[in-house]
Ligand binder design. Structure first.
Ligand SMILES: Nc1ncnc2c1ncn2[C@@H]1O[C@H](COP(=O)(O)OP(=O)(O)OP(=O)(O)O)[C@@H](O)[C@H]1O
Ligand SMILES: [Mg+2]
Length: 338
């Protein structure tokens, strides 16, 4: 029929930020996080948690899914802030207040940090704060602010378990009772099941076959975001050409044009990008010199200096993504852009 969708039934289901009502293959993680949050149902103190694992492993999705459920059941307010989008201490605290619906008497730009923190600490009801992508934080002091705010349950999310190692001793000690929840990479079969769920709700029946879904799963290397992105891309391509089914040739063409899941350069924080660009320009640099240059360039942009610990965390992040590599040890360590 003309004008009617032949391939896509519900595009929203294929979008990255869609929160599925059914989550597959994450029973252990769901239970662990639920156990942390469940005391809220009885008006008791919940437990903080730390979710970590590779990109596309379901961390954000599970945190949002469970807190959404909890919000409906208890009326507990939830705030979600992604540190990649809001890396500074002020913007994170401000973002949390906005999500919680706490209004500030002073205008955003003119409000001092103390006042924002004060407003957050003044509320009495229990809240849950999801701090996503904490390995992109540019001022780790905000974690200290949050662990020292009463009635606030924290869910921290990062790619590497080491993301919290660099925190100062006081914050680490506060977080020592947080539940550590690992998200291992999905297997091809698990990705396939996730894709089947999206196909069922997102596509017209019969538009894409099982073997085609398997083909996408085998390319995704355990990254559910990449897999769902591919499903969306191929469905949109076929829809755009007014086809009734996705032909194998179109699937192969879409897959061959896809960028591999990593490195995801576009998702570096401004500071990470500065370090990466400096290394790319100079090819390679010793760690001390790199740090000095980094500080200079922060100053030139009117940005606050960054402690060595944070600088090393940025380097680890870039290395984990294979964007840079290192050779040598200690002060003789040299970094190179790959
Ligand atoms: N077990 C699952 N069941 C259904 N959908 C899932 C599952 N795991 C992940 N997804 C979907 O896959 C996509 C990627 O997952 P998510 O955004 O949670 O990854 P992530 O672990 O937060 O990755 P990153 O570290 O890159 O932020 C999302 O669209 C999410 O809804
Ligand atoms: Mg995420």
């Amino acid at each position: 029929m003309d004008g009617e969708n032949k391939i896509i039934r519900n595009l929203e289901v294929l979008e990255e930020f869609f929160i599925p009502s059914r989550i597959v293959h994450r029973e252990g993680q769901l239970k662990a996080l639920r156990d942390c949050l469940n005391p809220l149902l009885k008006g008791q103190n919940p437990r903080d948690s730390f979710l970590w694992g590779k990109p596309g492993a379901g961390k954000t999705c599970i945190a949002r899914h469970l807190t959404q459920e909890l919000g409906k059941e208890t009326g507990v307010r939830i705030a979600y802030v992604n540190c990649w989008e809001a890396p500074s201490r002020f913007r994170i605290l401000f973002g949390i207040l906005e999500d919680l619906g706490v209004s500030l008497s002073v205008h955003r730009k003119g409000t001092p940090l103390d006042e924002v923190l004060g407003a957050l600490r003044k509320r009495l009801e229990r809240v849950v704060v999801i701090l996503d992508e904490v390995d992109r934080l540019e001022d780790e002091g905000v974690i200290y602010d949050l662990v020292n705010t009463p009635n606030l349950c924290l869910i921290l999310i990062a790619n590497m378990e080491a993301a919290l190692y660099g925190l100062d001793a006081r914050t680490r000690s506060r977080l020592s009772s947080a539940e550590n929840i690992e998200f291992p990479e999905y297997s091809g079969r698990e990705i396939l099941d996730i894709l089947k769920g999206r196909r069922e709700w997102g596509l017209v029946p019969g538009a894409l076959g099982n073997s085609q879904l398997e083909r996408i799963a085998s390319r995704a290397r355990g990254d559910a975001r990449f897999a769902i992105g591919m499903l969306r891309a191929v469905a949109q391509n076929a829809e755009g050409q007014d086809l009734e089914k996705v032909p194998d040739s179109l699937l192969e063409e879409t897959l061959s044009r896809a960028r591999l899941p990593e490195p995801r350069l576009g998702r570096l924080s401004p500071q990470q990008k500065m370090i990466f660009d400096m290394l790319k320009e100079k090819k390679s640099m010793g760690s001390a010199l790199l740090y000095q240059e980094f500080l200079k360039s922060l100053k030139a942009r009117g940005m606050r200096p960054v402690v060595g610990r944070m600088f090393r965390r940025h380097l680890e992040f870039l290395m984990d993504r294979d964007l840079i590599k290192s050779a040598g040890y200690g002060r003789w360590r040299v970094y190179t852009a790959t």
